[in-house]
Design a protein around this ligand. Structure first.
Ligand SMILES: Nc1ncnc2c1ncn2[C@@H]1O[C@H](COP(=O)(O)OP(=O)(O)O)[C@@H](O)[C@H]1O
Ligand SMILES: [Mg+2]
Length: 1016
C-alpha cells in the first residue's frame, strides 16, 4: 500500500493572519476537497491531522496500482489546493500551499486505533510518508524511494535527491513527482468487484502469455452495451500490468464513424507514444526511435497520419493507394521489429470509420508474428473487417446468470435485511447486465429510496412502492435528469463533444464546467492527466442518453460552438470532416458543405474512398438546403461534378454517382462545363466496367458537348477519356482524329489541360501512334518513340504508366514491337515506380504491362509474368480493376495453358472471351482473343475443331472496321495460314504465309516479321 501525507505550509502564519475561525473554515473546505480527490482514486482518508490529511491506497481493498493512484491523487490534491488558494488569496490575502509526501510498503493494518474506518495503518512506512511530506517544497509532491520505484514507468520524476530528515543521521533518497504520464486506460476504481467471467478472463490471460512468448493474438470481445466488454478488457490490462506489459488503447466514437482516419490515428499515436505530445519535432524523434530505417518519404507519410508532420515539409507526391501500401509496410515492419510485448485495445469498433477499419485490418494481419495481444470490443451488430480477422478469437459475453447478478447487486446494496427483497426485484429486471444493475442502484440512491452508503444501504419502504426503471436508458436518463443546472450544462456539452472530452473543449462550450460532480456521480471518469486533463463517460451509453435528452436547438448551439473551437485549436484540414459533422449537426448547412468539400480535397491525397464519401456528404447537405437558397443549385452541381468525375478512381465497381441528376441540374442551370467534367468521369467508369458500347456512345456525346463549349483547355483536359473509350471499341479513325485535335490544341505544351491526368498531350501522342499503325499510316514509330521518351523522363507516375501501357501492352501482343531489352527495362522500372507512388489502378496497369512483356518474351521470368497476370485477373474479377483488361489476361492465360499441353482448358477459357467481345459491340482485343482461340483449336485438331476454327476466323473477318484497319488484316492472314496448314491445304497455306510475310515487312511490325519468318 501507499501512504499519502498532505499538510498546509505555515498554517500558524495563516492562523495569525486570518484568525482561528476563518482558518477552520478554510481547512474544512480543503479537507472536503481532498477527501473527494482521494476517493476518486480509490484511496481512503485515514485521518485528519489538523492542518492536513493522511490517506492510504491499497487498503482496506487491495489495489494493484496503489502507488500510481496515490500519485494521481497527490497531483489532484495540489490542483484542488491551487484552486482554493486562489480564492483565499483574493479574499484573505494569504498564501495557501500544500506539501505532499508519499511512501509505499507493506503495512500492517488492524483494528488498533480509532480512524474513521476502524483501522489505522501502522509501521515505519507511515512515518516515512510524513517525512517525505516534510521535505517536499511547498506546492510539490515528494516520493520515497520505494514509491518512486513502483511508479517509475508511469510517471515523470525529478532527479533523485539526497534529503536530510529530522531524527535520522543518514541522508536518504527521494524524488519529486512531476507528472503522471498520459494513460489511456480507466483510472477510477471499479464500482464493484468482478463477478463471473472466469473462463473468459482465463482465456484472455492465456492469450496474453502466448503473446508475451511471441505468438501474438487478436481477440474480439463482443456484447451489448453494459455487459462488461470494457471491464474484461480492463481486467486483462491489469493482468498485463502485473506482468509488466504496457497497454495502449484507442476508442471509436459514435459521431466519428464518418471521420476518416479517426481511430487509426489515435491508436498509432498511443502505440508510438506521441499522444498528447504537442511538439512535432519531439514527437517525430520519439517515432524515429521506434521504426526501422526507412525511406524519408515514408516517414513523412507516417508523420502525416499521426498528425505530427512538420507543416513546412511537403507531402510527397504519392497516390493514396501507394501511400497506404507504404504506410502499411512501414507500420508492419515496425510492429514486427518490436520485441517488447504490448496489449493494444480498440474499443467500440462498431463505430470505426472505414479508412481506419481497413488500415487496421492490414496491420492486424501480422499480429500472430508479434508479441502483441490485440483486443477489439464491439457490439453484436458489427460485422465489419475487424470482426473477421483471420485467426482471431472471439469472446461473446453472455449476460451474468442470476447467482452472479445477485452477488453483484448484494455487493452494491449491502446485506442489510431491508434491501433483500429489493435485490430480488433488481435481479429480475436487469437481465444479467451489470451496468443496468449499477444504474438502478444509483438511481434508487439518488432518489433517496436507499439511505446510507454505497455497499451498505438500507431501505425503508415497501418494495411494491418502488418504481424501478424499465430499461437501462431510462435508468440513466433519470439520473441525468436529477443533476443540478450546472452539472447538466456540463454533461450536455460533454455529450456533444463525445465519449471522451477534455477541459479545453468543455471550457469552449460552458462556463464553470463542473466535471468533479459528474465524476462524483459516477457518470464520468478521468482518463488522462497530462498534458491536459481528459475525461470519458463511464459508458458510451451514458453519453448517448445525455445527448438524446437535450433539446435539439440547444444541442445545435453547442455543436456550432464546438466546430469553431476545433477549428481554432487544431489543424483545420485534418479536422475538416469532424468540423463538418458538427456543423451539420448544428444545422449550419452552408458551412457544413464547405467543410465537407474541404475534407474531400484533403482526403484526395490520402484516401480516395474517403474523399468520395466527403463529396457524397456534401451532396446530401446541398440537397437538404431550402429550394429558395440562392447557392443550392451551384452546391448541388459542384458536389456531384466531383463525385462523377472521380468515382472511377475506386476501380471498376465505381460506386453510384448519380450522373443523371447531374445532367438534369446542369441543364437547369445551363452549366455545360460541370456536365462535361462529370460525363468524362462516367465515360471512364463505363469503360472500366467494360460497358463498351455505352462508353463509346457517351464518348460521342462528350465530344459534341466539349466542342460546343469551345474552351481549348477544357477540350484538352477531357477529350482523352473519349479517346480511350473509342480505342477500346477499335474506332481508330476517331481515335486518330481526337489525338490530333488534342495535339494541335496543346501546341506541344505537356501540361496544358492537366485536370484529370498530368499530360493529355503525351497521351495523345501515344494514341496517335497507335491509331496510325492500326490504320496502316506511317509516322507511328516516331510517335511511339516520343511517347516512351517523354514518359521515361516524367516524374509523374500516371503519365509514365499510361504511356508505357499504350507503348507496350498493345504493341507487344499484336506483334508490332518485340519484347526486347528496352521493353524489359522500361516495364520493370515502371512497375517499381507504380508500386512506390501510384494508385491501385496504375499499379494494375503496370503489372499487366510487365506481365504481358515477360510472358511474350518467354525468358526465365515468364512465370513471374504469369503470376502478375493472374493477380491482375483476380482484381478484375473482383471489380477493383478495369474489366477491359480481362480479355487480354485471359487470352494470355489460355495460350499458356495450350503451351503446357492443357488445350481443353485453353479452349474453354478462350471461347467465352471471344463471344463476350462480339456481344459487347466490337473491341480492340477481338483480334487477340480470336487468335488465342483459333491457335488452340488448331493445336487440338479434334473432331470439329477445324470447323470451329474456321467459323471463328470467318466471324472475325466479318467484323466491320475502319478502312485500312491493318490490325485485323494482318491477324487474319496469319490465322488463315495456320488454318490452311492444319487442313493440309499446302497451296493456300503458302499463299497466306507469303502474303503475311510481305505485309509484316511492309508495315515494319517487328513481332509479325519474326512470327512470319518462323513459319515453315
Ligand atoms: N463481470 C462483472 N462484474 C462486476 N461488474 C461488472 C462486470 N462486468 C461489467 N461490470 C461493470 O458494469 C459496468 C459496465 O461495464 P462495461 O465494461 O463498461 O460495459 P461495456 O463496455 O460492455 O458497455 C462497469 O461499471 C463495469 O465495471
Ligand atoms: Mg465499453
Amino acid at each position: 500500500m501507499t501512504v499519502l501525507f498532505a499538510d498546509v505550509v505555515h498554517s500558524m502564519d495563516i492562523a495569525a493572519a486570518v484568525g482561528a475561525e476563518r482558518l477552520r473554515e478554510i481547512m474544512a473546505d480543503l479537507v472536503d476537497r481532498c477527501a473527494a480527490v482521494v476517493r476518486r482514486y480509490g484511496g481512503t482518508v485515514d485521518k485528519f491531522t489538523g492542518d492536513g490529511i493522511m490517506a492510504v491506497f491499497g487498503a482496506p481493498v487491495a489495489l494493484e496500482d496503489h502507488a500510481v493512484r496515490a500519485c494521481l491523487a497527490a497531483l489532484g490534491l495540489q490542483e484542488e489546493a491551487k484552486r482554493l488558494a486562489a480564492e483565499v488569496e483574493s479574499r484573505d490575502g494569504v498564501e495557501l500551499l500544500l506539501r505532499v509526501g508519499l511512501n509505499s510498503g507493506e503495512v500492517i493494518t488492524g483494528e488498533i486505533g480509532s480512524g474513521p474506518f476502524g483501522y489505522t495503518a501502522m509501521g515505519e512506512h507511515v512515518g516515512m510518508a510524513q517525512r517525505m511530506e516534510s521535505v517536499a517544497s511547498p506546492g510539490a509532491v515528494m516520493l520515497s524511494e520505494s514509491t518512486a520505484r513502483l511508479v517509475e514507468n508511469s510517471t515523470i520524476l525529478g532527479k533523485a535527491e539526497m534529503v536530510h530528515i529530522k531524527g535520522s543521521p543518514e541522508p536518504m533518497r527521494a524524488r519529486r513527482l512531476v507528472a503522471v504520464a498520459g494513460r489511456g486506460g480507466r483510472i477510477g476504481q471499479p464500482v464493484s468487484s468482478l463477478v463471473g467471467r472466469e473462463w473468459e478472463l482465463a482465456a484472455l490471460a492465456g492469450m496474453l502469455d502466448r503473446a508475451i512468448r511471441g505468438h501474438g493474438c487478436v481477440a474480439g470481445v463482443v456484447g451489448p452495451p453494459g455487459i462488461g466488454k470494457s471491464r474484461i478488457v480492463a481486467e486483462t490490462a491489469a493482468i498485463a500490468a502485473r506482468r509488466g506489459v504496457g497497454v495502449f488503447s484507442a476508442y471509436c466514437e459514435s459521431h466519428t464513424t464518418e471521420v476518416p482516419f479517426y481511430a487509426v490515428a489515435r491508436l498509432l499515436r498511443t502505440a508510438f507514444g506521441v499522444e498528447g505530445l504537442d511538439d512535432h519535432a519531439a514527437a517525430q524523434d520519439v517515432v524515429r526511435a521506434q521504426v526501422p530505417p526507412a525511406d524519408p518519404a515514408d516517414l513523412v507519410l507516417l508523420d502525416d497520419t499521426l498528425g505530427i508532420r512538420d507543416p513546412a515539409v511537403d507531402l510527397p507526391d504519392i497516390a493514396p493507394d501507394a501511400r497506404r501500401r507504404r504506410l502499411t509496410a512501414l507500420v508492419n515492419a515496425a510492429t514486427l521489429a518490436r520485441e517488447t510485448p504490448g496489449v493494444y485495445v480498440i474499443e467500440d469498433a462498431q463505430w470505426i470509420d472505414q479508412v481506419s477499419e481497413s488500415l487496421l485490418a492490414d496491420f492486424l494481419s501480422v499480429v500472430s508474428r508479434t508479441h502483441f495481444l490485440v483486443l477489439i470490443t464491439y457490439r453484436p451488430d458489427y460485422h465489419g473487417a475487424l470482426s473477421r480477422t483471420p485467426g482471431a478469437q472471439t469472446i461473446a459475453l453472455a449476460p451474468l446468470d442470476d447467482t452472479q447478478t445477485a452477488a453483484l447487486i448484494s455487493e452494491l446494496l449491502g446485506t442489510h435485511s431491508s434491501v433483500a427483497a429489493l435485490a430480488g426485484q433488481i435481479t429480475e429486471r436487469v437481465g444479467g447486465n451489470p451496468f443496468f444493475a449499477q444504474e438502478i442502484v444509483r438511481d434508487l440512491a439518488d432518489r433517496g429510496v436507499l439511505t446510507g452508503q454505497g455497499g451498505a444501504y438500507a431501505f425503508s419502504g415497501l418494495v411494491d412502492d418502488v418504481s424501478v426503471p424499465a430499461t437501462l436508458q431510462a435508468a440513466i436518463a433519470a439520473r441525468i435528469d436529477r443533476l443540478g443546472p450546472n452539472q447538466k450544462a456540463t454533461v450536455n456539452a460533454a455529450a456533444v463533444i463525445g465519449t471522451r472530452f477534455d477541459t479545453d473543449m468543455l471550457g469552449a462550450l460552458v462556463d464553470n464546467a463542473d466535471v468533479a460532480s459528474l465524476i462524483e456521480a459516477e457518470l464520468v471518469e478521468q482518463v488522462r492527466f497530462t498534458p491536459r486533463a481528459e475525461y470519458a463517460f463511464s459508458n458510451p451509453l451514458i453519453r448517448a442518453v445525455a445527448y438524446e435528452s437535450q433539446l435539439k436547438s440547444d444541442r445545435a448551439q453547442l455543436h456550432r460552438r464546438l466546430a469553431g473551437a476545433i477549428e481554432a485549436r487544431a489543424s483545420a484540414d485534418e479536422n475538416a470532416a469532424l468540423i463538418a459533422e458538427h456543423l451539420e449537426a448544428a444545422g449550419d448547412l452552408h458551412a457544413a458543405f464547405g467543410w465537407h468539400m474541404r475534407a474531400g480535397t484533403w482526403l484526395t491525397f490520402r484516401d480516395i474512398a474517403a474523399a468520395l464519401m466527403s463529396w457524397r456528404r456534401a451532396r446530401q447537405v446541398a440537397d437538404r438546403l431550402p429550394d429558395d437558397d440562392p447557392d443550392r443549385m451551384s452546391m448541388r452541381i459542384e458536389s456531384r461534378t466531383l463525385l462523377c468525375g472521380q468515382a472511377f478512381r475506386l476501380g471498376g465497381s465505381g460506386a453510384e454517382t448519380g450522373f443523371e441528376e447531374l445532367r438534369e441540374l446542369c441543364a437547369a442551370a445551363g452549366d455545360q462545363r460541370s456536365l462535361a467534367i462529370g460525363m468524362s468521369g462516367l465515360v471512364i467508369s463505363q469503360n472500366m466496367k467494360a460497358h463498351r458500347r455505352e462508353a463509346s456512345r457517351l464518348a460521342t456525346e462528350l465530344i459534341g458537348l466539349v466542342e460546343s463549349i469551345g474552351d481549348p483547355t477544357l477540350t484538352i483536359a477531357l477529350l482523352h477519356t473519349a479517346m480511350v473509350a473509342k480505342y477500346e471499341t477499335a474506332e481508330m479513325a476517331e481515335v486518330l482524329r481526337l489525338a490530333q485535335r488534342v495535339i494541335d490544341l496543346a501546341g506541344g505544351d505537356l501540361t496544358k489541360g492537366s485536370l484529370m491526368i498530368k499530360s493529355p498531350f503525351a497521351l495523345a501522342v501515344a494514341m496517335r501512334g497507335l491509331a496510325r499503325w492500326c490504320l496502316g499510316i506511317g509516322g507511328w514509330k516516331g510517335d511511339l518513340q516520343q511517347a516512351i521518351a517523354t514518359a521515361r523522363a516524367s516524374p509523374d507516375v500516371t503519365m509514365r504508366v499510361g504511356a508505357m501501357w499504350f507503348a507496350y501492352v498493345i504493341h507487344v501482343p499484336y506483334g508490332v514491337l518485340l519484347p526486347d531489352a528496352a521493353a524489359l527495362r522500361d516495364t520493370a522500372e515502371t512497375l517499381s515506380i507504380a508500386g512506390q507512388s501510384g494508385d491501385d489502378l496504375m499499379l494494375d496497369l503496370a503489372r499487366t504491362t510487365r506481365g504481358v512483356t515477360l510472358v511474350q518474351h518467354g525468358g526465365p521470368e515468364r512465370d513471374v509474368g504469369l503470376d502478375l497476370l493472374a493477380m491482375v485477373r483476380e482484381r478484375c474479377v473482383h471489380e477493383t480493376f478495369s474489366l477491359t483488361i480481362l480479355p487480354i489476361v485471359d487470352s494470355y492465360i489460355a495460350r499458356e495453358k495450350a503451351r503446357l499441353g492443357d488445350v481443353d482448358s485453353a479452349i474453354e477459357l478462350a471461347r467465352p472471351v471471344v463471344d463476350d467481345l462480339f456481344d459487347s459491340g466490337g473491341c480492340i482485343w477481338t483480334a487477340l482473343a480470336t487468335s488465342a482461340l483459333v491457335e488452340a483449336l488448331v493445336q487440338r485438331c479434334g473432331d470439329g475443331d477445324l470447323d470451329d476454327a474456321r467459323a471463328a476466323v470467318d466471324r472475325f473477318a466479318a467484323v466491320p472496321t475502319d478502312p485500312g484497319f491493318v490490325l485485323h488484316e494482318i491477324t487474319l492472314l496469319r490465322l488463315r495460314a495456320l488454318l490452311a496448314r492444319a487442313q493440309g491445304d499446302e497451296v493456300a497455306y503458302r499463299d497466306f504465309r507469303d502474303h503475311y510475310r510481305d505485309m509484316a515487312k511492309t508495315l515494319g511490325f517487328e513481332g509479325h516479321i519474326a512470327w512470319a519468318e518462323a513459319m515453315p
